[in-house]
Design a binder for this molecule. Structure first.
Ligand code: FES
Length: 108
């Protein structure tokens, strides 16, 4: 008995695999990529997967019979998402900084 590999998740926040997104696009024919969020909330979490969802959408818009594939391994995809999260958290901390935290200059 052969087992097929598990479907690769595009949206890691909501565990939405590539095959579900492809099927959603084929059946529901969304007009814009953002409507793919109606597929189990894909892309509505951290936002990491949005560019990938847009690529899948555009590829299938050009060719409805396309069979989009992930271009990186699941491990690489997760690792890049971790880096993205670190960057976002850093940016969020930076954005929460009080308006003026620069020390006043000593009068000369
Ligand atoms: S990985 Fe899809 S929203 Fe976070």
């Amino acid at each position: 008995m052969r087992l097929s590999p598990p479907p690769s998740n595009v949206c890691l926040c909501f565990h939405v695999p590539l095959n579900k997104i492809v099927k959603f696009i084929r059946l529901e024919k969304p007009r814009v990529a953002s409507q793919v969020s109606e597929c189990y909330g894909a892309g509505t979490g951290c936002g990491w997967c949005i560019p990938f969802i847009e690529q899948i959408f555009e590829q299938m818009k050009r060719d409805p019979d396309a069979n989009p594939q992930m271009t990186m391994t699941a491990d690489e995809y997760r690792a890049r998402r971790r880096e993205y999260h670190k960057k976002i958290n850093w940016q969020a901390m930076k954005d929460e900084r009080p308006e003026d935290t620069t020390p006043e200059k000593e009068p000369q």
